[in-house]
Ligand binder design. Structure first.
Ligand code: RI2
Length: 328
């Protein structure tokens, strides 16, 4: 799908369907959030574009799909699951008439979403092996991959407790607290800055990831790196649950992962900021935890010491990837 005509691309921008714009807005505002959920929603939005496209030629159809992918791609820069999902859908979309193209996109989307579910279940089984009956975990943010490990462990009959960090500024820890409570886990909610105080009572720090770099660095919700340094200091193992869709292929060739900066009003409203002298406010959504602070990365393909994840990345991506949605 790489050969594109600039005129067809320009016309296609206006043919991106409403559902794609809505999904992009929801991802940008974090109505849809969490790396796996974003990937699922982005793939499904491309499926809707294919289903609703009124393109009258294969070229126009492909250009519309590229335009839709660009709208989705530009929403959140850090979670690599988004471009990886788009790439998957584009993989088999090559030739034939519009109807054949439409059918192949829809088949790719459904295959992708199924694989996402299967990967998370498989990952859950791998991660559950690390958790023993009676263990206490500490979580940061809300990760469906991390929760899959806990859910499987609970299904295996293990009784678990959790310290759940609230995860400022958006408090996704509340979602984790609710999910864990529903599983029957004994939950204690703490403010982020209380984490170190309770690390001695914790058997595993369990987090997710938005991207994993080729050197084994974990890019996850802001605050993960500080938690990991403290956990290492206390001798508490830190485990990252991340399906292979979180592996960032560009880092194989030395690129770094962009860290998303979000609106300062997520941290403080305008009126309160005015009342304290209108300081500069910074709101990075993610940080980078170097591999030396991470004990294991749990994937659906098994668990890896972070430094060896590059082997799996080469197997899955070769030496890099293209951007099949790029304009001519
Ligand atoms: P799953 C979230 O980011 C968190 O950083 C979480 O660890 C990560 O996505 C992975 O989530 P955000 O979208 O894919 O809340 O494991 O900014 O659900």
């Amino acid at each position: 799908m790489s050969d594109s005509d600039p005129r067809t691309d320009a016309a296609a921008d206006g043919a991106v369907v409403e559902a794609v714009h809505r999904t992009a807005e929801d991802i940008g505002s974090m109505e849809i959030r969490g790396a796996a959920t974003i990937a699922d929603a982005a793939a499904r939005a491309l499926g809707t574009q294919a289903a609703e496209s009124e393109a009258d030629s294969p070229d126009a159809f492909r250009a519309e799909l590229r335009a839709a992918a660009r709208v989705l791609h530009d929403t959140r820069p850090t979670a690599v699951s988004l471009p990886n999902a788009l790439r998957y859908v584009f993989r088999d979309v090559e030739g034939g008439n519009v109807e054949r193209l439409r059918a192949s996109v829809r088949a790719s989307v459904s295959e992708f979403c199924d694989r996402l579910d299967t990967a998370q279940n498989d990952l859950g089984r791998v991660g559950a092996n690390r958790l023993r009956d009676g263990d206490t975990i500490m979580t940061h943010c809300h990760s469906t991959d991390a929760l899959a490990c806990v859910e499987t462990a609970v299904e295996q009959g293990k009784s678990l407790s959790a310290f759940v960090k609230e995860t400022r500024p958006r408090n996704q820890g509340h979602i984790t607290a609710e999910a864990l409570a529903e599983m029957g886990v004994d939950v204690t909610l703490i403010v982020d800055s209380a984490a170190r105080r309770y690390l001695n009572d914790v058997d595993h720090v369990l987090v997710g990831a938005d991207s994993i770099a080729a050197d084994g660095s974990v890019i996850n919700k802001i605050g993960t790196s500080g938690l990991a340094v403290n956990a290492r200091d206390r001798g508490t193992p830190i485990v990252c649950a991340a399906q292979t869709i979180k592996l960032h292929p560009d880092t194989l060739t030395g690129h770094t992962v962009d860290i998303e900066m979000r609106d300062e009003r997520e941290v403080i409203d305008d009126e309160t900021a005015d009342g304290i002298g209108s300081p500069t406010v910074l709101n990075p959504a993610f940080d980078v935890t170097p591999p030396r602070y991470v004990d294991a990365i749990v994937t659906e393909r098994g668990q890896f010491p972070p430094e060896s994840i590059v082997t799996l990345m080469r197997e899955l991506f070769g030496e890099g990837t293209s951007e099949p949605w790029a304009e001519a």
